[in-house]
Every structure is written in structure tokens, then in C-alpha cells.
Design a protein. Structure first.
Length: 78
């Protein structure tokens, strides 16, 4: 999995070589942001299903592979 900085570097290389244009670079970056948002929403919905319908709080951390992973936190309002 790529981190954002590496992705931007790769897109800049492709752009400098004329293999893509600026609009394509922006499109790739926007799609990545949108995909990340959807993944987080899906993970939150999954946690809510597992923990019941109550509100779920969590921190986001990186796993050993560098991927972002939501970590459920205990509900402090009990």
C-alpha cells in the first residue's frame, strides 16, 4: 500500500515525463481521498454492528504494514 507522499512523487514523475496530465494527477489524488473516507465509514459501521447500536469511539493507528486501522476505545460515558 502506498502512502500519500509516495503517490504524489510517482504522479509527479509521470507528469514530468508527459505520461499523464495535471487533471489526471488531481483525479487520482481525489479518488484516493474518497476511497479512504469510504473505508473509514465502512469500518465504523462494522464496529457499530459488532458493539451494538451505541456510539463507537476509536483512534486511528498504523499497523505493521503502514495501513491506517481504527482501534475501538472503551466508552467513557458509562
Amino acid at each position: 500500500m502506498f502512502d500519500r507522499e509516495r503517490l504524489i512523487w510517482i504522479l509527479d514523475v509521470l507528469l514530468s515525463r508527459g505520461l499523464i496530465h495535471e487533471g489526471q494527477k488531481k483525479d487520482v489524488l481525489n479518488r484516493g481521498d474518497d476511497r479512504a473516507r469510504h473505508i473509514m465509514l465502512d469500518k465504523r459501521a462494522e464496529l457499530r454492528r459488532l458493539l451494538g447500536k451505541r456510539r463507537v469511539t476509536y483512534k486511528v493507528s498504523r499497523d505493521r504494514g503502514g495501513r491506517l486501522v481504527p482501534l475501538p476505545q472503551p466508552d467513557d460515558r458509562r
